[in-house]
Design a protein around this ligand. Structure first.
Ligand SMILES: NC(=O)c1ccc[n+]([C@@H]2O[C@H](COP(=O)([O-])OP(=O)(O)OC[C@H]3O[C@@H](n4cnc5c(N)ncnc54)[C@H](OP(=O)(O)O)[C@@H]3O)[C@@H](O)[C@H]2O)c1
Length: 339
């Protein structure tokens, strides 16, 4: 089968090679999927730049989410049948014509959800659902700040916060993205390039702050976010997009930029910081992934979740697709489709 291997870290143009490799075989709890579409995730960009410590050694087949049809199942699998059209979370291995994954990370896709949307639901929407429904439990009237709102996870968070009738503040880096945020129903779109979001939140909330923040930017954004939380506020940290330096001093500076938080600093003002890593959850709590996949599908059927697909690329254009995501051109999910 064909697979796209990450052979070298660095610029996208020289990082990938299409290779012929053996088709994987499912183990007893696994499912083999003939991949129709696979998604790109920002973590892939970090892995390609050599800044994602959980990435497999090179040459590596990246990829967290696929949509396609089931070709074979392991002897213990009873929830999925050969021939089912499915969406699945893969722990790498998604950039290929076939992928295997644990049956707990697989869900049957209803007929009216297309393959590109299914890839978005698998990673971006599951992450957003886990963060906003399971970790935070948004309530009506909550003031919610969503960073990178025009991205894949950001769009999903906005759609869920809208469903919960929250007042939504969201940041993005261009006017086109701000218009997109308005089209999703964001009450207060904030251009963080031209405006300091901390000052904006202060002005817009009469210095009271927001109840919930979702942050995958990391560094100073977290420190400013902590100061922007209202009493009882919760901040979900789930990424570090701002990390752009591979050397130890650069990493150290970035880590220091987050700030330090002793429990006393949380108890006193009644603030909470929550960390999310869906890979760890998939490894150690697979039932949670299954629950999130099912919930996300139900919310899609209800019309709460409507994935935005930024662009669909052919696999041979992987370098262009990576650049597109890395250079912040995408609005919504970037998808690759085998023809
Ligand atoms: N912890 C987990 O389990 C988990 C799971 C899924 C995703 N994530 C994280 O969630 C974030 C969103 O993922 P996604 O796949 O949906 O990507 P995405 O949001 O569609 O794309 C990344 C966006 O991040 C914003 N951004 C902020 N700082 C950036 C920087 N320094 N460089 C590049 N972009 C920057 C850009 O939007 P603006 O132009 O508006 O700044 C960019 O378009 C990523 O950080 C990812 O690693 C974490």
């Amino acid at each position: 089968m064909k697979a796209i291997a990450l052979v070298k870290t660095g610029p996208a143009a020289t990082a990938f090679e299409v290779r012929e490799i053996p088709k994987p075989q499912p183990q007893k709890d696994e499912v083999l999927i003939k991949v129709a579409a696979f998604g790109l995730n920002f973590a892939d960009v970090m892995a390609r730049k050599g800044m994602y410590k959980e990435a497999p050694p090179l040459p590596a087949i990246l990829g967290y989410d696929v949509a396609g049809s089931v070709e074979a199942i392991g002897e213990n699998v009873s929830t999925i049948k050969i021939g089912d059209r499915v969406m699945a979370m893969t722990r790498f291995g998604g950039y290929a014509e076939y992928a295997v994954t644990n049956a707990n990370a697989v869900a049957v896709v209803p007929g009216n959800i297309d393959n590109p949307s299914a890839t978005a639901l698998t990673t971006q929407y599951c992450t957003a659902y886990y963060a906003s429904a399971e970790m935070v439990n948004l309530h009506e009237g909550d003031k919610v700040l969503i960073h990178s709102g025009a991205g894949g996870v950001g769009t999903a968070l906005i759609q869920y916060a809208k469903y919960k009738q929250c007042e939504i503040f969201s940041t993005a880096g261009s006017d086109t993205k701000l218009n997109y945020l308005s089209s999703l129903g964001v009450n207060h779109p904030i251009n963080y390039v031209t405006h300091n979001f901390e000052t904006e939140i202060k002005n817009l909330t009469a210095s009271k702050g927001v109840d919930v923040i979702f942050d995958a930017v990391g560094g100073k954004s977290v420190k400013k976010g902590f100061r922007s939380l209202a009493t009882g506020g919760r901040m979900v940290c789930y990424g570090a997009a701002e990390m752009n330096n591979k050397n130890i001093f650069g990493k150290l500076k970035f880590a220091l930029d987050f700030g330090f938080y002793h429990p006393i600093m949380l108890i006193g003002p009644a603030k909470t910081i929550i960390g999310i890593n869906m890979l760890r959850i998939a490894d150690n709590k697979p039932a949670v992934i299954q629950r999130c996949l099912e919930a996300v599908i139900q919310l899609t059927l209800k019309g709460v979740f409507i994935p935005t697909i930024a662009k669909v690329f052919k696999p041979e254009d992987i370098a262009i697709a990576h650049d597109y995501l890395e250079k912040r051109k995408s609005i919504g999910k970037v998808v690759m489709e085998w023809s």
